[in-house]
Design a protein around this ligand. Structure first.
Ligand SMILES: NC(=O)c1ccc[n+]([C@@H]2O[C@H](COP(=O)([O-])OP(=O)(O)OC[C@H]3O[C@@H](n4cnc5c(N)ncnc54)[C@H](O)[C@@H]3O)[C@@H](O)[C@H]2O)c1
Length: 258
C-alpha cells in the first residue's frame, strides 16, 4: 500500500496490528518507509503480519505479543521500538474490543473488560510512549477512538464510555505534552469491516444492510481509508494539529434525520 506520506527514517509502534485497522495501519506505514514494531495479544497473528511486511522490506518490522492492559508489557514494547529504531517517533494506539450488550443485561466482567482494554490500555500505551518521546524531544501519538466516542448508540454503554474517554484523554495529553513537542490526536472511525464488526454481525448485533442504508456514503469504510487518515495525523502534514479527533465515518455522525 502506498500513501502520500513519507515516514522513512521514522519508527512507529502499532498496537492491535495483527488484524483490521491496525494491520492496515502497519501496511500503510511500511509503504511509507517506516520501521515498525507491531504489538498484539494475538501472537501468531502479529508474527504473521510482521513476516508479510518483512517479505517486502526485509528487516524493517519486529513483532511482540502482549496485552495493552499490562503496563509492564506495554513498557517493554515501547522500549523494544526504541531499541529497534533508535527513536520512537509515532505510536498508533489502536488495539480495542467491542463488548456490546443491552445496558440492563451488561455484566460486570464485560463492562470492566471494555473499559480496561479500550480506555485504561490506551492510557498505558500513551503514557509509556509519552515518557520516551518527552526524553527524545518529541513524537506523535494517534489514539483510535470511534465515532461512538462522539455520538452514541444503544447497547454500547461500556464501549461509548471508553471511547468518549479516549477522546478526552487525547485532549488532556495533547495540552500537557504540547510544550514537549509531542502531538496527541485521535482517529474516530465509523463502521469498517474488520474482525470486530464481523463478530457483531455473526452475533446478530449488526445488520450490514441497515448500516449501508444509514451511512450517507452508502457503504462501510475500508481499513485502508482509516489507515491513510491516521497517517495524516501521525505525519508532519498535521504539525500544528493536536488534541483533535478526526471522525472518518462516511458522514454518519453528521446525519441526524433517521
Ligand atoms: N471496525 C470498526 O468498525 C471500528 C469502528 C470504530 C472504531 N474501531 C476501533 O478500531 C480499533 C481496531 O479495531 P478493529 O476493527 O481493527 O478490530 P480487530 O478485532 O480486527 O483488531 C483488533 C486487534 O487488537 C488486538 N487486541 C485486542 N485486545 C488487545 C489487548 N488487550 N492488547 C493487545 N492487543 C489487543 C486483537 O488481537 C486484534 O488483532 C479498536 O480500537 C476499535 O474499537 C473499529
Amino acid at each position: 500500500m502506498t500513501t502520500t506520506f513519507d515516514f522513512s527514517g521514522r519508527t512507529a509502534l502499532v498496537t492491535g496490528a495483527a488484524s483490521g485497522l491496525g494491520l492496515a495501519m502497519a501496511r500503510a506505514f511500511s509503504g511509507a518507509g517506516a520501521r515498525l514494531v507491531l504489538f498484539d495479544l494475538d501472537e501468531a497473528g502479529v508474527n504473521r503480519a510482521a513476516e508479510q511486511l518483512n517479505a517486502d522490506r526485509p528487516g524493517t518490522v519486529a513483532a511482540l505479543s502482549g496485552s495493552i492492559t499490562d503496563p509492564a508489557a506495554v513498557e517493554a514494547a515501547c522500549a523494544a521500538a526504541l531499541a529497534f529504531g533508535g527513536r520512537l517517533d509515532v505510536v498508533m494506539n489502536n488495539a480495542g474490543i467491542s463488548g456490546n450488550a443491552p445496558s440492563l443485561d451488561l455484566d460486570e466482567a464485560t463492562w470492566r473488560r471494555a473499559i480496561d482494554v479500550n480506555l485504561s490500555g490506551a492510557f498505558f500505551v500513551a503514557q509509556a510512549a509519552g515518557r520516551i518521546m518527552a526524553e527524545q524531544g518529541g513524537g506523535s501519538i494517534v489514539n483510535t477512538a470511534s465515532m461512538y466516542g462522539v455520538v452514541a448508540a444503544p447497547e454500547r454503554a461500556a464501549y461509548c464510555a471508553a471511547k468518549a474517554g479516549v477522546v478526552a484523554l487525547t485532549k488532556v495529553l495533547a495540552i500537557e505534552w504540547a510544550a514537549r513537542n509531542i502531538r496527541v490526536n485521535a482517529i474516530a472511525p465509523g463502521y469498517v469491516r474488520t474482525a470486530l464488526t464481523e463478530t457483531l454481525v455473526s452475533q446478530g448485533r449488526l445488520d450490514l444492510d441497515v448500516l449501508n442504508a444509514r451511512v450517507p456514503a452508502g457503504r462501510l469504510g475500508t481499513p485502508e481509508e482509516i489507515a491513510t487518515a491516521s497517517l495524516f495525523l501521525a505525519s508532519d502534514a498535521s504539525a500544528y494539529v493536536t488534541g483533535q479527533t478526526l471522525v472518518a465515518d462516511g458522514g454518519w455522525s453528521s446525519y441526524s434525520y433517521l
